[in-house]
Ligand binder design. Structure first.
Ligand code: ADP
Ligand code: ADP
Length: 232
């Protein structure tokens, strides 16, 4: 599972606004990793927001495993698809609670949390923080670094059995060790997840099987030679 199809999607933020997406098509096979690149303001985040149903398209449809996402209950959709970025929202609670938050109201399976944390390279800070330690300091602050938040989000995705990962690569540089740990975790998870990565760095782009440029509301597949030549 984890096949995603965008069929002829058009979208704009308001009646008199320009189209952000205009007749866009994309078919991601289950288990495939694709990278999305393009100019700032080109619509990459918008595409992700439509997939998560923060907005609905003006026309066209989005299918996950051949189900129209309009027919999927929002909580199921959000469990199926995990959004991973350095800006994920944590709630006040331990790292373990943030990883297992799907079961917060029932009972978090600590063994699964530990296993997910190991796979996502999040185990070093899950142990450092005592149970009940608050991950948030105020509405914006956090004691976790951007890279740690990405790894926490990956662990959360594993815990809740998401089949689709959406990665928003940091535009600001993480330190190189943290970046390596994120990349390594993602590479592990690529083996059994569908991955859509909004990529900014060439090495991230090259992790993907296929690369698409989002420009003028449409996608254009880029070949490896175009990418390495650096002219598009
Ligand atoms: P990217 O992620 O590629 O940088 P975005 O999807 O964030 O691009 O933005 C695409 C276009 O939509 C931009 O022109 C942006 O200003 C506009 N946009 C994004 N979000 C909104 C919004 N909530 N309301 C109005 N316009 C928006
Ligand atoms: P992101 O693209 O990661 O959502 P942004 O910094 O682009 O983050 O946008 C922050 C917020 O402002 C988002 O909720 C986005 O939808 C909104 N936004 C972005 N561009 C515009 C715009 N041109 N007009 C109105 N809202 C916008």
């Amino acid at each position: 599972t984890g096949e995603v199809k965008f069929c002829d999607i058009s979208f704009r933020y308001g009646d008199n606004m320009p189209f952000v997406l205009n007749g866009l098509n994309l078919h991601i096979k289950a288990g495939e990793t694709i990278a999305l690149v393009g100019p700032s303001g080109g619509g990459k985040s918008t595409l992700v927001k439509l997939l998560l149903r923060l907005y609905d398209p003006l026309s066209g449809c989005i299918l996950i495993d051949n189900h129209n996402i309009q027919d999927i209950r929002l909580d199921n959709l959000r469990r199926h698809i995990s959004f991973v970025s350095q800006d994920i929202t944590l709630f006040s609670g331990s790292v373990a609670e943030n990883i297992g938050y799907r079961d917060l109201m029932s009972k978090i399976d600590m063994e699964r949390v530990e296993h997910a944390a190991r796979t996502a390279n999040a185990d070093e800070f899950i142990r450092k923080l005592p149970e009940g330690y608050k991950t948030n300091i105020g509405p914006r602050g956090s004691i976790l670094s951007g890279g740690q938040k990405q790894r926490l989000a990956l662990a959360r995705a594993l815990y809740q059995n998401s089949s689709i990962l959406i990665l928003d690569e940091a535009t600001s540089a993480l330190d190189s060790r943290s970046e390596l740990l994120v990349r390594q975790a993602v590479e592990r998870m690529m083996e059994n997840h569908t991955v859509l990565v909004i990529a900014h760095r060439l090495e991230t782009v090259l992790m993907a099987k296929r690369v698409f440029l989002l420009r003028d509301g449409k996608l254009e597949e880029l070949t490896r030679s175009t990418l390495l030549g650096g002219h598009h």
